[in-house]
Design a protein. Sequence first.
Length: 153
Amino acid sequence: MNLNKLRDQIHANAASKGFWDNNPSDQHFLMLVITELSEAVEADRKGRRASKEAMVETIEVGGFCIGFFEEYIKDTIEDELADAFIRLLDLFGAREVYLNENAFDLETIEEYAVTYQGKSFTESVYHITKFICSCIAPIWRSAIAPEMILLDI
């Protein structure tokens, strides 16, 4: 998947719905990302995970049903992490941040995963939130932060 194309599609969709009418600051949008990460922590606390087995079973017996998303995905850890990722891509689209697609190879992802070994989910989200808050340069001028934040999530 081309992340830059996805970034542009997500931003165009958000802009068409009025989310960018007042041109919110980077800090505004990064706080929305942190909010989504907090919702993921809450989902973890409640044990809400997407059920891959139930989804596969549903597809095998007739495909997607009405309410599929609400039943198997909504308000789960995976849903909230996806929302954080989407909010970041929206911000990157608004600021025309080019994403280096080569940063998302399996080897790099595995290297990032090592950072979180031995940490609880909440501790991992705390680490990500701390990193987001440390990005003091405007997001569109940062040479490394955009890919790093996405990789952390």
